[in-house]
Design a protein around this ligand. Structure first.
Ligand code: SF4
Length: 480
């Protein structure tokens, strides 16, 4: 009997629950009047920049004046696409998608872009977000004889558009958007046109750019994906706006009169890359200000400020600048471990955080440490990190969170399935502090988050349990 080698993909079932809010998807689109041979490569680059928004599957549809070809697969952008194949695909438009989904829903059938034929021509759709009424709409469509190939709410949107195709493109999209409810950013190729839509509250992000010295338009979930293809950010797609891009240029219209705005505040805290600008706000600046406000909220005598890589680092820099306590890199992150690295036993899982993050003994030994992270979800990672700091010789660990207490689930495209999983939903700050073993604990207050973001145009549902959409139907479809 030889050693039994277990392939890594065979032990997914042992993965522990993620201790972060997880984004559900990223979308990218590009349109050029004439076919070019690098359109698929540019879409690949855009998706590469959005990889942090989803690592489960990736897909690109290339369109050559209405003829669509899709490549998609499970895994990272760099694993799914073959550059030799992509470079052979000539087209005038492309859309792309990266997907994250909860454990158990991983399948190629749910990978996007999704495809349907309609009387408007072939439709390819990529979606970021989550519909709150998808269950009911899917049931109605199924009663009408619609056949579904995936378990995603995105396919509900695709079928609604296809069913309304006889109304013409604008009316089909308008009517669909007034039927669905939730947070969504959509990019679609319909026939020979590129269409982009953002939900009526602007919950999920979407921006428009243009490649310098060209007539090539680009759309992406985040502006960092425009940078990578040499495009300039023109503006964000507005809440409730539909853009149709074709050889006449960009046509804008609104499918709703809704005046309320509720962009996801968590994009700034954790999801988006710090080099992105969303709805006019620089993500890096927001995180830095969160650190500064944290330092003002509660002073502490300490020797060093350390950020938890990656999304706690900018807030830690802000904290250090405001408090005058020096910043140092006290945690080193392994670059080669995906978020779903799998370990088959509890004892190995206990050590998993060490595989991801290693404390720098020479930085923390004998020091009073302020440890800054972006948010606290289940508290399991925080507890391990604080123990790692103490094991490395820290004499005190003061834990700071650059967001308010996460107390409630998200219904708009972010993976927190149950309120019971959130430590702040059932413990006070003092109880959490004891539970994670910190010397002190503080969260950014909601008021200070509002001061930083400016105004009340943001969704705060996961902090307050007050959601920008009144009636929320609970869905069983996969989010995307
Ligand atoms: S509930 Fe939280 S994560 Fe979800 S959209 Fe609102 S702010 Fe974002």
């Amino acid at each position: 009997m030889g050693n039994k080698i277990i392939p890594i993909h065979a032990i997914h079932q042992y993965d522990e629950l993620p201790d972060k809010m997880e984004e559900e998807c990223g979308v990218f689109a590009i349109y050029n009047r004439e076919p070019v041979d690098n359109i698929a490569y540019l879409a690949y680059c855009g998706l590469f920049a959005l990889q942090h928004r989803g690592q489960e599957s990736a897909g690109i549809t290339v369109a050559n004046h209405g003829h669509l070809e899709t490549v998609k697969g499970m895994g990272l952008v760099s694993e799914v696409f073959n550059m030799d194949d992509l470079s052979k695909k000539i087209g005038n438009a492309a859309i792309g998608h990266v997907r994250y989904s909860t454990t158990g829903s991983s399948s190629l059938a749910n990978a996007q872009p999704l495809f349907a034929q309609s009387i408007l021509g072939a439709i390819s759709l990529a979606h970021n977000g989550n519909l709150v009424n998808a269950n009911r709409l899917r049931h109605q469509l199924e009663l009408d004889g619609t056949i579904f190939h995936s378990s995603t709410d995105s396919e509900v949107i695709l079928n609604l558009v296809a069913k309304r195709a006889r109304l013409g493109l604008h009316e089909a999209i308008r009517d669909t958007c007034n039927t669905i409810s939730g947070g969504y950013a959509l990019v679609m190729i319909v026939g020979n046109k590129l269409v982009a839509v953002r939900d009526p509250l602007g919950i999920r992000p979407l921006c428009l750019g243009k490649i310098r010295d060209s007539e090539t338009y680009v759309l992406a979930s985040e502006s960092c994906a425009l940078d990578i293809v040499g495009a300039e950010l023109i503006r964000d797609v507005a809440a409730g706006e539909m853009l149709v891009i074709d050889d006449k240029g960009v046509q804008s219209s609104f499918y709703t009169q809704e005046q309320k705005r509720a962009s996801c505040s968590f994009e700034y805290i954790y999801f988006a890359r710090p080099d992105s600008i969303l709805d006019g706000l620089d993500v890096y600046h927001v995180r830095e200000m969160a650190g500064r406000y944290l330092a003002r909220q509660q002073s502490v005598d300490a020797d060093v400020v350390i950020g938890v890589p990656d999304s706690g680092i900018v807030a830690a820099i802000g904290y250090s600048e405001e408090s005058g306590i020096p910043y140092s890199m006290g945690l080193v992150r392994s670059k080669y471990m995906g978020r779903s690295f799998i370990l088959p036993s509890q004892s190995l899982r206990e050590q998993a955080v060490k595989l991801k993050l290693n404390p720098m003994r020479q930085v923390v030994s004998g020091k009073r440490v302020v440890l800054v992270d972006d948010s606290l979800v289940r508290g399991t990672t925080a507890k391990k990190l604080i123990k790692l700091m103490r094991d490395a010789g820290a004499t005190e660990v003061h834990f700071r969170l650059a967001s308010p207490m996460v107390k409630s689930e998200c219904f708009f495209g972010v993976d927190i399935s149950s309120k019971k999983e959130l430590i702040a939903s059932y413990m006070s700050i003092e109880e959490i502090c004891r539970e994670i073993g910190a010397d002190s604990l503080d969260f950014l207050t909601l008021d200070n988050q509002r001061n930083i973001l400016g105004g009340n145009k943001f969704c705060e549902g996961c902090f307050t349990a007050e959601y920008p959409l009144g009636d929320i139907e609970i869905n069983q479809e996969e989010k995307c």
